[in-house]
Design a protein around this ligand. Structure first.
Ligand SMILES: Cc1cc2nc3c(=O)[nH]c(=O)nc-3n(C[C@H](O)[C@H](O)[C@H](O)COP(=O)(O)OP(=O)(O)OC[C@H]3O[C@@H](n4cnc5c(N)ncnc54)[C@H](O)[C@@H]3O)c2cc1C
Length: 414
């Protein structure tokens, strides 16, 4: 077997699949090494935002046609419900500012969504090897030698360019980013699948419940196809440790006793075990590339620190890494400077402000009184509800949150 390929991708979650879709479009041969076999599960809230739809549309509009014509796997979603610590909630439709003929987002079990992506990346330029756990990365004159275990055998492949897309606990984050991978901003989340939760929004809004005691984390209920629900809780890992919080107990307590939540679970049934996983949050630009490599998705800590969304940024960073790979192969430049310019700089120019603003929002959510105030006022003020709605799509509107005058207006708004 020829053991050289221009590009190797480690991991076939949204980041790896995103990179593969765009490499194939550019006609670049590549190999994807994935430790599991599809269909496989991934602990997640299963909520896909407009950014996910944007990247998929860019890769191939037919992908979205398929998604929005199959409600047995993909449930369209039109907004988000925020419940403040005092229990009051507001419905915020995803902004209709950018006119489109499609719902802005959808939910899909990762078992289905990732399998869908996997089924779309096979083609003449992409070769995927499943059950292939990457165990070692070593620099060669040409680029990288990638060792992996495939069943009982150990194999080695060579490439000019490596794309790390192996998530929070993968090898590329550990080995290639070395001490540069930020961890102090990480959160931890639990996911449970339920059947029979009642009181869902008719337009399948996802729900974020900001509960006292876990701020700036939240409890969520996301409607899923087939009447099921993804229910979970997420919180800053350092706070969990510091306050010695048992997240599982807090989640089950909210379900059984919180006056705004418990009635909806009266006839609900847990349909799977409760699983936990880390959320490496993106806060500021960090190192995401080096000689002969680029890191994407969770491996590069790109999760939105306010909403906990990482699928969109994983796909987006995969797309940018593929575009940078095309330029690197054309120029035959794989050095750190070139890849930083073509990938890391572009990535943080596009999503850096968004991450920073989300971090600001995350910090504000630590103050329950402020949150209660904004939600109370938004209840009475359509204008404020509109502003909040626009914040999802419009960074200029989101930037208002940094200005004290925004809160003054909220306070004085009757
Ligand atoms: C509890 C929880 C709730 C969340 N809710 C949401 C949500 O509702 N919406 C949202 O947008 N995001 C959510 N996220 C974040 C989202 O799950 C991640 O951001 C997203 O999965 C990142 O995609 P990725 O491709 O970078 O990594 P992953 O999805 O983790 O994929 C990495 C892939 O690499 C493979 N791999 C790992 N190591 C190796 C190896 N050594 N060799 C070969 N392959 C390897 C893995 O098997 C996996 O297939 C949530 C996360 C958690 C934990």
């Amino acid at each position: 077997m020829n053991t050289f390929t221009p590009v190797i991708i480690i991991g076939c979650g949204p980041a790896g699949a995103g990179a593969s879709l765009f490499l194939s479009r550019a006609g670049i041969p590549h190999i994807i090494l994935e430790k599991d076999a599809f269909p496989r599960d991934k602990v997640c809230g299963d909520g896909c935002s407009g950014k996910t739809a944007f990247v998929l549309r860019k890769a191939d509009p037919a992908l979205l046609d398929e998604i929005f014509s199959d409600e047995s796997r993909f449930l369209p979603s039109f907004g988000v419900t925020f419940a403040a610590p005092n229990g009051k909630s507001i419905d915020v439709p995803f902004s209709a500012k950018h006119k489109q003929d499609r719902p802005p987002g959808f939910t899909s079990r990762r078992l289905d969504f990732d399998h869908f992506l996997f089924s779309k990346i096979q083609g003449p330029h992409a070769r995927i090897i499943q059950n292939a756990t990457v165990t070692g990365l070593s620099r060669t004159e040409q680029g990288y030698a990638v060792s992996y275990r495939n069943g009982a055998t150990e194999e080695v492949l060579h490439c000019s360019l490596l794309i790390g897309a192996d998530g929070d606990k993968g090898i590329s984050r550990r080995q290639l980013l070395d001490g540069n991978a930020p961890s102090k901003t990480s959160s931890v989340g639990l996911r449970a699948y339920y059947e029979g939760v009642t009181g869902m929004h008719p337009q399948h809004f996802i729900e974020l419940h900001f509960l006292n005691g876990i701020l700036p984390g939240y409890f969520w209920i996301f409607p899923l196809p087939g009447g099921a629900a993804n229910v979970g809780i997420g919180m800053d890992t350092a706070l969990v440790r510091k306050k010695k919080i048992n997240l599982r107990e807090v989640m089950l307590e909210a379900i059984s006793s919180n006056p705004n939540i418990r009635d909806r679970f009266t006839h609900a049934r847990l349909s799977d075990k409760i699983y936990g996983w880390g959320l490496p949050m993106g806060v500021e630009p960090t190192k995401v590339s080096g000689d002969h490599f680029m890191i994407t998705g969770d491996a590069a800590s790109l999760i939105d620190p306010f909403t906990g969304e990482g699928i969109g940024n994983a796909l987006y960073s995969g797309m940018l890494a593929a575009e940078a790979a095309e330029k690197a192969l054309q120029a035959q430049r794989f050095d750190e400077g070139f890849l930083r310019e073509q990938y890391g700089d572009v990535l943080f120019r596009r999503i850096g402000d968004e991450l920073k603003l989300s971090y600001t929002m995350q910090k504000l959510v630590r103050y329950p009184w402020l949150f209660n105030l904004v939600v109370n006022k938004a209840h009475k003020s359509p204008a404020l509800r509109n502003t909040l709605s626009s914040m999802f799509a419009d960074l200029d509107v989101r930037a208002l949150l940094r200005q004290p005058s925004f809160y003054w207006k909220v306070l004085t708004n009757k």
